[in-house]
Design a binder for this molecule. Structure first.
Ligand SMILES: Cc1cc2nc3c(=O)[nH]c(=O)nc-3n(C[C@H](O)[C@H](O)[C@H](O)COP(=O)(O)OP(=O)(O)OC[C@H]3O[C@@H](n4cnc5c(N)ncnc54)[C@H](O)[C@@H]3O)c2cc1C
Length: 472
């Protein structure tokens, strides 16, 4: 069994540590932020200091895929989440029979176990502390990678880490789970590795968000999708734990008049202009000050194997340290958890030398998580294209047939129970877009919709109305 160092104690680092610990590996997780999670959800929200995670108090939704993977691979962690008050809910709950065609057994796939991000992290943290073989050290930052004798000439072999206090910790495998701001390429560069191939660009979206809590522990119902596109803005209404919820308005970073959404009154006025979500403001009191803004969110993807050769051996990146996209679709944690499971599975393979392991890890990454990354990136680019077209009074056109298909599916999902489930499968990550279309007749129904989706009524003010709401 391997001695493993995991860098970073976010959602993915903690999950990785537990998965490996449960398999008998000896895991040391090093987290830069010093504070341990407070005991209660209220205290977690109000006072847990987590400077290492920018999005710590941004609205989060943990997908059904996250729930299903946690329940099958880390059942104790799923129980811990429930004990912290995570909400078990499905977008099907509030949908009328006229839309769903009545309940089907397979609808359980759409059930999520979700909570505010600090609550999820604390629940995973508590479960990780109780996992045999896992040691968590908070307040310890990694400063450098240690190298040993190369197993392949010219390729550095990582044998551990040096912490900011100069301590050296050796390991058979170093797992980088240090998130969006991971500087693994620089650390590899410092030990003489070839450059990592990195794709990086601004996602182009800005988030204006707030959190609320009801007095009686209830949470408003979703009358539409969790992420709804209303012309040139998108809206997130995310139920969470213990009678709380997060709301977000997402705009293009280029849409400068929308910067007025930083003002609470303007934000509320816009929110109330959307009839399908306006009620989310009625049942609760704010639990965050003002409007939280997140901008400059990058799409980033890294390849650590180039032309068949790893840039280094003895090291593996998981979760956001490998790749991250625009988070409005809420996929980061589920993708990261899948990635962590893939790492655990690969470590079960016998007798792999470090080079074979690095290559196999690259292949597993391409196989298990890359398709989710690419599909997210593709739909984000279309969404930005749509917004830009709407801003300039035009119509978005693209050669990519997948765009029209996804729009037709979304349109058809309101009136056809099979298309509703196909649409939810994509949105809830129970299937990739192509697989969601696979059930008999679904694709044909989508094709039959043709261009009708272009005339769909949007339950929101038009562009002129939105501009008026922000005083432009
Ligand atoms: C605005 C926003 C909203 C999002 N909403 C959702 C959502 O609704 N649903 C969803 O699933 N995902 C969402 N995500 C993505 C999600 O937050 C991440 O994908 C998820 O947290 C997994 O991240 P991670 O564990 O890989 O990294 P992180 O959570 O970023 O954790 C990395 C950890 O590494 C530590 N660290 C960094 N450097 C070092 C070092 N040198 N030494 C030691 N420790 C170090 C950091 O302190 C941090 O704790 C959102 C992201 C953003 C930006």
């Amino acid at each position: 069994m391997a001695r493993t160092v995991v860098i970073g104690g976010g959602v993915v680092g903690l999950s990785t540590a537990m998965l490996l610990g449960c398999d008998g590996h000896e895991v040391t997780l090093l987290e830069r932020d010093p504070s341990s999670p407070p005991e209660t959800p209220d205290a977690l929200w109000e006072s847990w200091e987590r400077k290492g995670v920018n999005q710590f108090r941004a609205p989060h939704y943990f997908m059904p895929l996250f729930r299903a993977t946690l329940e099958s691979e880390l059942p104790a962690a799923a129980c811990s989440l429930e004990a912290f008050g995570a909400l078990r809910s499905s977008p099907m709950d509030a949908a009328p029979d006229s839309m769903t065609g009545g309940r089907r057994d397979s609808d359980d796939q759409f059930v999520a176990l979700t909570a505010r991000r600090p609550v999820v992290e604390a629940a995973l943290g508590r479960s990780a502390v109780e996992t045999d073989g896992v040691r968590i050290r908070r307040g310890v930052a990694i400063d450098a990678l240690l190298t040993g004798e190369s197993t392949v000439s010219g390729i550095p072999h990582i044998v551990g880490v040096r912490t900011d206090s100069g301590e050296e910790i050796t390991a058979d495998l170093v797992v980088d789970a240090s998130g969006r701001r991971s500087n693994l390429p620089d650390r590899l560069d410092a030990v003489g590795a070839r450059p990592v191939v990195e794709e990086i660009e601004d996602s182009g979206f800005v988030y204006y968000s707030r959190h609320f809590r009801s007095a009686d522990g209830s949470v408003p119902v979703n009358l539409g999708p969790l992420l709804a596109h209303y012309g040139s803005v998108s809206v997130l209404s995310l139920p969470a734990d213990n009678g709380t919820w997060g709301l977000g308005i997402i705009v293009s970073a280029q849409d400068t008049p929308m910067r007025a959404l930083r003002d609470v009154t303007t934000w509320e006025a816009m929110w109330r202009s959307f009839p399908l979500v306006a009620h989310w403001l009625d049942g609760g009191e704010p639990i965050s000050d003002g409007v939280a803004i997140m901008a400059k969110i990058e799409d980033r993807h890294r390849s650590f194997v180039i032309d068949g050769e790893p840039v280094a051996t003895g090291v593996a990146a998981v979760g956001d340290a490998w790749a991250c996209t625009n988070p409005s679709v809420g996929r980061g944690s589920a993708i990261g958890l899948l990635h962590a499971v893939a790492l655990r599975d690969l470590l079960r393979e016998p007798d792999q030398d470090p080079r074979a392991f690095s290559r196999a890890w690259h292949d597993a990454t391409l196989d298990v998580v890359e398709p989710w990354y690419r599909s997210t990136l593709r739909s984000d680019r279309h969404r930005l294209g749509e917004i830009e077209a709407l801003r300039s009074g035009g119509v978005y056109e693209t050669d990519d047939p997948a765009y029209a298909i996804s729009k037709a599916l979304e349109f058809g999902s309101v009136s056809d129970p099979d298309l509703l489930r196909a649409q939810l499968s994509v949105a809830m990550m129970t299937a990739l877009p192509d697989d969601a279309m696979a059930p008999l007749g679904v694709f044909e129904k989508v094709l039959a919709i043709g261009d009708a989706w272009r005339n769909a009524e949007v339950p929101a003010p038009d562009r002129a109305g939105l501009l008026e709401l922000v005083g432009a």
